[in-house]
Design a protein around this ligand. Structure first.
Ligand code: SF4
Length: 248
């Protein structure tokens, strides 16, 4: 069985290999600039991250801003549900759950305007990681996984660091990559959300989210569903390759 400390070190080291362009892939450079400069744009993309390619998700705020001519939460708060739905319908690329997206944007905007003085950074400034996570989970369509991811990414996108005492509460986001890699490594007993979160807590109990980026990077780079490139993978020497039939 693994030395979990060695595995954790390796996964954290893997996470350091990619930069913000990979964390926040976007279809055009202006979209990346927007989500890294505007906390409201960041929050919109994070809350809509459901079942779509990441580069489209992180470009959606740019498309919305281009269509409206602004990304002002006060003005969006004044829009009707139908007007917001019409915006999504007019975008060059739409969220996968296009019928849910207007409610997600409306809920987020309501919280930003009514509780954060119109400044989306107040969703997390002066809050614990758990408080920020629970605020995001009040938004339509934002579940535990997206909220976990959002809290982890806030620290990557903006100059803020949650208190060290919060880190035990900062879990990974279970997705196709993190679930599969933890299962194949042999630390998750099943390829599902619950087992992945539990495994990450055992590997990195003081800060489970610390290994999220490394798992994601490994999943995207080497550990594809079929034909994983195990010989090139950075955790090859530590992996049980559970359920893997290597073809190369
Ligand atoms: S060694 Fe292979 S199975 Fe294990 S994590 Fe890497 S690519 Fe996946």
């Amino acid at each position: 069985m693994h030395d979990l400390n060695v595995l954790k070190e390796k996964l954290v080291e893997c996470a350091s290999r990619f930069d913000s362009d990979e964390l926040f892939p976007a279809l055009v450079p202006e979209a990346l600039e927007l989500v890294l400069a505007d906390p409201y744009a960041f929050a919109i993309a994070a809350c809509l991250d459901r079942g779509m390619k990441a580069d489209v998700i992180w470009t959606l705020p740019y498309y919305i801003k281009s269509h409206l001519g602004h990304l002002d939460p006060h003005r969006i708060h004044q829009m009707s549900s139908q007007e917001i739905a019409d915006v999504f319908a007019a975008l060059p690329r739409r969220p996968r759950f296009v019928n849910d997206a207007p409610k997600t944007l409306a809920d987020l905007t309501h919280i930003v305007v009514e509780e954060c003085e119109g400044n989306a950074a107040n969703l997390w400034i002066g809050k614990s990681a758990l408080e920020a996570k629970h605020t995001f989970m009040r938004i339509h369509g934002v579940g535990n996984g997206i909220a976990n991811m959002t809290v982890l990414l806030i620290e990557k996108a903006f100059p803020i660091r949650f208190d060290d005492a919060d880190r035990r509460t900062m879990d990974i986001k279970p997705d196709v990559h993190t679930r599969r890699v933890l299962y194949r490594l042999g630390v998750a007993h099943a390829n599902d959300d619950h087992a992945a979160i539990d495994a990450a807590r055992r590997v990195s109990p003081d800060y489970p989210g610390a290994i999220d980026g490394g798992l994601w990077f490994i999943g995207r780079t080497w550990c594809s569903e079929s034909n994983p490139l195990c010989s090139e993978c950075c955790v090859s020497s530590l992996c049980e390759r559970r359920g893997v039939i290597e073809s190369r």
